[in-house]
Design a protein around this ligand. Sequence first.
Ligand SMILES: Cc1ncc(COP(=O)(O)O)c(C=O)c1O
Length: 455
Amino acid sequence: MTARTATTLDTSEAFALSLDRADPLSGARSLFHIPPAVAAHDPAAASKATVDAPRAVYLTGNSLGLQPKSVRAALEQELADWANMGVEGHLHAAHPWLPYHEELREGAAHIAGASTREVVVMNSLTVNLHILLTAFYRPSGKRTQIMIEDSCFPSDSHAVISQTRLHGLDPATALIRLKPRAGEHTLRSSDILDQIHAHRDTLALVMLGGVNYLTGQWFDMPAITAAAHNAGAIAGWDLAHAAGNVPLKLHEWGADFACWCSYKYLNSGPGAIAGAFVHERHLARADLLHFAGWWGNDPKTRFRMGPEFVPVQSADRFQLSNPPIFSMTPVRESLAIFQRFTLPALREKSLKLTAYLRSLIEANNHAKGREAVQIITPSDDNAHGCQLSLIVKPKNSGADEASEPAVRVAHQSLAKQGMIVDFRSPNVIRAAPVPLYNTFHDAWRFAQALSSAVG
Ligand SMILES: Cc1ncc(COP(=O)(O)O)c(C=O)c1O
């Protein structure tokens, strides 16, 4: 790409196609099933589409990532091993079930920027949040408060509210909700750091989303982690929208704990099993109280079947149950795809792709002579992943804030044009070009469709 500004960008389709030809990661797309365009407006008809039917522009990897083609055969292998070996599969399956989660460890560590001891794939995201909050949110004396984003995902809010109640606290005073300044959509880093400092005597935990689900803002994770520690608080992260999207260095940054789901950028399927990180400084702690189950016991003594719990000195100590094999298989396959690429290479493409889409949208606004689409995701490369959050203002909907029905009409128009993007009430459309399977031509097609949808 030669230019990012609306005035100098080459907005032709030929240029988009030339960017794809020059893309060193373009081959990764063939590892995934790309839904047909009809899925965007008539999902029931999608299964009847032929293989050569036009493909959708799928920009919803921030919600549900696409299926790696290798998953089907991998699941069939597990089913065959179960059918043929029964219980013997625990030791003799092609991928033995007993140590199955070990096979996911390197891939998860790669994504999290962690050592293999610090990560574990288990449960689902909100369950992991609760397990880790139980261990790390230990209010005592004046130090009882949890800081979250006001616009955090509802499940995070429910989780921390219920945790404060479990400790007999009033969530109205135990929670500090960070709000953007009036007229702004995203939080300023300096405001977050100031708030942490201001609450340094009462803060027990800072728990933010690494990338905000609604705005796509990537927070300054190292600075926030350090500020939380300086304030005497724990730093925990919900990385649902960060894992597989932005490069993470959880170990180096010193985060205390983090968890993420695997069904978004990690392409492991609906409701896929999630991941968790606990910094190594906590792994051998004898004073750490947490829920325990037999799979958190040291494997050396697990099968002695005694009542005492001997925690394994890795993030595995938080595992409760033996691993669900059929849920882990897609995660294994997907993490293996990530391991084929370096995170800097994925990030480089992601930045180019997202900047290109941003430029096309800005060029369309310029051509229309009005801000028909407002991009609320920060443009600073250190403050976003691949998602762009768009407030669309269809032509006859009023100048500034379009009504929900008008945005829904624009969203339907996008669907009719084969675009799969999602809509968040009241007026945000989220579009996430994913470097593994989206193309520059996808970005070009989406910008064209969006321009027509807003009139
Ligand atoms: C930021 C964030 N946190 C939490 C959740 C809840 O995840 P789960 O239903 O897997 O627990 C989601 C789901 O999309 C999310 O985006």
